[in-house]
Ligand binder design. Structure first.
Ligand code: FPP
Length: 254
């Protein structure tokens, strides 16, 4: 008789139907570095902004797919503190895309029980975008079915700088600073650490994303460009996660 026990599904929706992919272990939090919009556009001889448009249109289907598979928290890396170095027109186009998406989708997300959380700074954003972010965060703040983190003007180092400043201004003694204290001062306060970080378009780096929170995340990189990253690709990433053995620095049972 085998002494092995079956993995315990982490959500009711994670129970596997016969013949369905192995999605018995569901990540609580999936964070996505949505890369490759520019290459997608270039391959079609279109301006880069068309790639960002296609990338924005791709967001709902991936969110839906993750939600349907029991993922309760998703973070999208939409604009980094380094992206300010891009041409002004491209930066403005990305701002407009996010503002339009929030205007159009915040009510829908609200009805579906999604809490929107902004991760990043707002002081350098256009007033219109900052207002839209504030409005959608406020509207959805009491929802609990899913949390959607929108990392916009986000940088892992700036986040740590902001956390340290907060801790100092609270007047804490050095000995009182713990992992938990730092965690409560991060933009992701109240969210679990990401279990799975997906990066599209083939790069193998974190690019200043969730430096603290990624400590034990499983990493999944695919060549597929973000606008082409559909439900099938999402499920492939979840399956790959299901195959990982997370040991958190410990050794397996001997
Ligand atoms: C990376 O592709 C993509 C971005 C920097 C912008 C992503 C923004 C969106 C999809 C729009 C708004 C988001 C939401 C949440 C609605 P890249 O331009 O670096 O591509 P490349 O590496 O091929 O040039």
């Amino acid at each position: 008789m085998s002494t092995e026990t079956a993995p315990v599904p982490t959500s009711p929706r994670a129970v596997r139907a016969e013949g369905a992919p192995n999605l018995t272990v569901t990540p609580r939090h999936v964070a996505i570095i949505m890369d490759g919009n520019g290459r997608w556009a270039k391959a079609r001889r279109k301006p880069r902004t068309e790639g960002h448009h296609a990338g924005t249109q791709n967001v709902p289907r991936v969110l839906r797919c993750l939600g349907d598979h029991g993922v309760g928290c998703v973070t999208l890396f939409a604009f980094s503190t380094e992206n300010w170095a891009r041409p002004r027109g491209e930066v403005e186009a990305i701002f407009e895309l996010l503002a339009e998406s929030l205007k159009k989708e915040a009510e829908v997300l609200h009805r579906e029980g999604v809490r929107i959380k902004h991760l990043g700074r707002t002081d350098r954003l256009s007033a219109a975008l900052a207002d839209e972010i504030r409005r959608s965060v406020e509207l959805t703040k009491d929802n609990s079915r899913m949390t959607l983190g929108v990392a916009f003007d986000y940088g892992g180092r700036s986040e740590l700088v902001d956390a340290v400043r907060g801790i100092i201004s609270d007047g804490l003694e050095a000995e009182a600073v713990t992992d938990e204290v730092i965690g409560r001062r991060l933009y992701t306060e109240g969210m679990p650490d990401p279990d799975l970080i997906i990066r599209t378009a083939g790069e193998m780096r974190l690019s200043n994303f969730m430096l603290w929170q990624a400590a034990y995340a499983e990493y999944y990189s695919t060549e597929v460009l973000w606008p082409d990253f559909d439900e099938t690709e999402t499920i492939k990433a979840l399956e790959a996660y299901g195959q990982r053995r997370r040991r958190y620095g410990k050794v397996d049972d001997l």
